[in-house]
Design a protein around this ligand. Sequence first.
Ligand SMILES: Nc1ncnc2c1ncn2[C@@H]1O[C@H](COP(=O)(O)OP(=O)(O)OP(=O)(O)O)[C@@H](O)[C@H]1O
Ligand SMILES: [Mg+2]
Length: 249
Amino acid sequence: MSSNKIILRIRGLVKKYKLPGRELVVLNGIDLDVGEEFVSILGPSGCGKSTLLKIIAGVEKPDGGAVEFYISNTPRIGFVFQSPTLLPWMTVRGNVMLPLIAKGVREEEARERARRALTLVGLAEFEDFYPHELSGGMKQRVNIARALAVEPDILLLDEPFSNLDPLTAESLRSEVVDLWLSNVLPIKAIIMVTHNVEEAVLMSDKVVILSPRPARVIREVRIDLPRPRSRKMVEVQKLVDEVYEYVSQ
Ligand SMILES: Nc1ncnc2c1ncn2[C@@H]1O[C@H](COP(=O)(O)OP(=O)(O)OP(=O)(O)O)[C@@H](O)[C@H]1O
Ligand SMILES: [Mg+2]
């Protein structure tokens, strides 16, 4: 599911953090086009991947460059954060409703949308549970449901599977790809940060590789393979090897 229609254009993006007595340049001229596609972002730890997602989401402001959306001036963005962000004193339902209530969605509608999103991730029966009553995989499903409940145009995923055991990660990966391909949601693009080269090749239409900090895009690799994909496919292995080469440069 990849088309040439541009959804998001990033040009010359610069981000600096002010530290006591000095400045840390994190992003140093990121250029990236995202079409109606699934894009993975790879790069060394600390290079600025999460910062890039936060700028796309409007949570952080850049110091230079531009992020332009070609869907609407106020695109809806769903964000699955890298660190766990479920509020322990709220139920699963409450957690998923939170961003909707914050946006001014009426309680009744927020409840309905939360239910739909939780059904999509297979957690309809756990609405009344509290986060501590869930497994790690279920918590991550709630995080995903919360991002889906805003009915996002763009879904941002920051290492969504990295804290899960391999089997849970595997099934969540297929669920996310299935959701994306099924068109039940209006999502136009997914941008996922990952450290897992194989995951990037199996899931995406395009893999973007960033340099060490300050980050720039050093390579884009198109993954034009039919789905479903398997790690056993020779073409997948070839692309995994190719991406590894660039990541380890
Ligand atoms: N709010 C902040 N204030 C100061 N420095 C920050 C802030 N947020 C991030 N940084 C710094 O910016 C750099 C990039 O951080 P970021 O979280 O974007 O990296 P990352 O590529 O996502 O790393 P990882 O793969 O480990 O998650 C790091 O050196 C980090 O210390
Ligand atoms: Mg990060």
